[in-house]
Ligand binder design. Structure first.
Ligand code: SF4
Ligand code: SF4
Length: 150
């Protein structure tokens, strides 16, 4: 009985296409939901750090001033938590794996100069408004103190 099963399987395999592909001569085809690696649309990032805090592997870092987002792809397990938590939806899990490398290292993405300039302008504006509010509060307090003296 076992020999019949074996013969059946052998015959079936003889006349069917091989399940293997000629990779790397033929590029790999990834399924739609393959968890390959994380990509970022860096100009949409607001440097909030939610992805950094949600990452179980501690593989992400964000620098708000420099406008950078970094990932150590060798430590990433493609769990997708960062993608779920990103409020701007600028992260995605895409098919295709990272290239092999001899050394562990981070890949850093930097925002475009236009976005960096706009963010710097907004920061300056906010700092100016905060300074004005502080000065106004100080003046108000001084006036109140002077009134008390009289
Ligand atoms: S996919 Fe998971 S492990 Fe990779 S960076 Fe995002 S949270 Fe971290
Ligand atoms: S969660 Fe999204 S918006 Fe926030 S720092 Fe990460 S990538 Fe940028």
């Amino acid at each position: 009985m076992a020999i019949m099963t074996f013969a059946g399987t052998a015959l079936k395999n003889l006349f069917s296409k091989p399940v293997t592909t000629k990779y790397p001569a033929v590029p790999a085809e990834y399924k739609e939901r393959t968890r390959g690696h994380i990509e970022i649309s860096i100009d949409d990032c607001i440097s909030c750090g939610m992805c950094v805090r949600s990452c179980p592997c501690g593989t992400l870092s964000v620098d708000k001033i420099k406008g950078t987002w970094s990932i150590n792809r060798f430590d990433c397990i493609a769990c997708g938590f960062c993608v779920e938590k990103c409020p701007k939806k600028c992260l995605s899990v895409v098919a295709g794996y990272q290239e092999p490398g001899a050394e562990k290292g981070s890949v850093t993405y930097t925002k475009s100069p236009e976005v960096l300039a706009e963010e710097a302008r907004k920061r300056e504006e906010m700092a100016k408004k905060a300074a004005e509010a502080k000065a106004a509060a100080a003046a108000k307090a001084a006036a109140a103190a002077a009134e008390k003296k009289d």
